[in-house]
Design a protein around this ligand. Structure first.
Ligand code: SAH
Length: 218
């Protein structure tokens, strides 16, 4: 991955600090922690916010959306990596592409759908500029998934629907996992659904706070 290095050692120190705090918060996968340490989060936010890029917080990315908190990105990525194959992955809600870039380090091919056209276009360009080439983006409605490339080993949803979108379960392969926040603002929980030969198994991971998964394109 090429990297514009304007932040230097300060950035290395703050990245290590971020990884230390994620470890303290319970992230155990060394593979995921290493990905968080190396993906340049400061290149996914506005220059004015770059100095805060290695804090464990969500930050604005325009259009009323936020880049997910590093802890949440690590938690969802770890849950998927620890539970099975990651060859073909679908992400719903590309946003600024940070989670997409993280997934690209642990899978062969990542498909990602974003409903806001302006974010889609900017993020598609950004990932190419960073030479993250095993990703395919589309401007579309995540409630529909991305049927043309189904089925997926893993699906990660970065915005919360009120109830589980059935099309996403359909697009999972056997043994596939879906990690998704579900519920209204203020009472969402992060859930993992596993598709088995005996049906779909649901597990609750923890309480979370995401922007809503919205209907219709913008
Ligand atoms: N992983 C992203 C998170 C962005 S926030 C990042 O780190 O930047 C969630 C994103 O989901 C927003 O960009 C929002 O526009 C998008 N989104 C909301 N509803 C959607 C839908 N129905 N289909 C696709 N994307 C959606």
């Amino acid at each position: 991955m090429s990297e514009v290095d304007g932040i230097g050692m300060t950035s290395q120190r703050s990245r290590n600090r971020l990884v230390d705090s994620l470890r303290e918060m319970g992230i155990k996968s060394e593979k995921v922690l290493e990905v968080i340490r190396t993906v340049p989060r400061h290149l996914f936010v506005d220059e004015a916010l770059a100095s805060r890029a290695y804090e464990n917080t969500a930050l604005p990315i325009g259009y009323g959306q936020t880049i997910s908190q590093p802890y949440t990105v690590a938690l969802m990525t770890e849950a998927l990596c620890d539970s099975g194959s990651m060859k073909k992955v679908l992400e719903i809600g590309s946003g600024c592409g940070y989670q997409t870039a993280v997934l690209a380090q642990v899978s062969r091919l990542v498909f990602s759908v974003e409903r806001v056209k302006g974010l889609f276009a900017k993020t598609d360009q950004r990932l190419r500029a960073l030479k993250i080439l095993n990703t395919r983006l589309k401007h579309g409605d995540g409630f529909e998934g991305w049927a043309a490339n189904a089925r997926y080993d893993a699906i990660l949803v970065a915005a919360a629907p009120v109830s589980l979108p059935s099309k996403l379960i359909e697009q999972l392969s056997l043994g596939g996992r879906l990690v998704i926040p579900v519920g209204r603002s203020g009472k969402q929980e992060l859930r993992m659904y596993v598709k088995t030969s005996n049906g779909v198994v649901e597990k609750c991971l923890e309480s979370v706070s995401f922007v809503p998964l919205l209907d219709g394109l913008r």
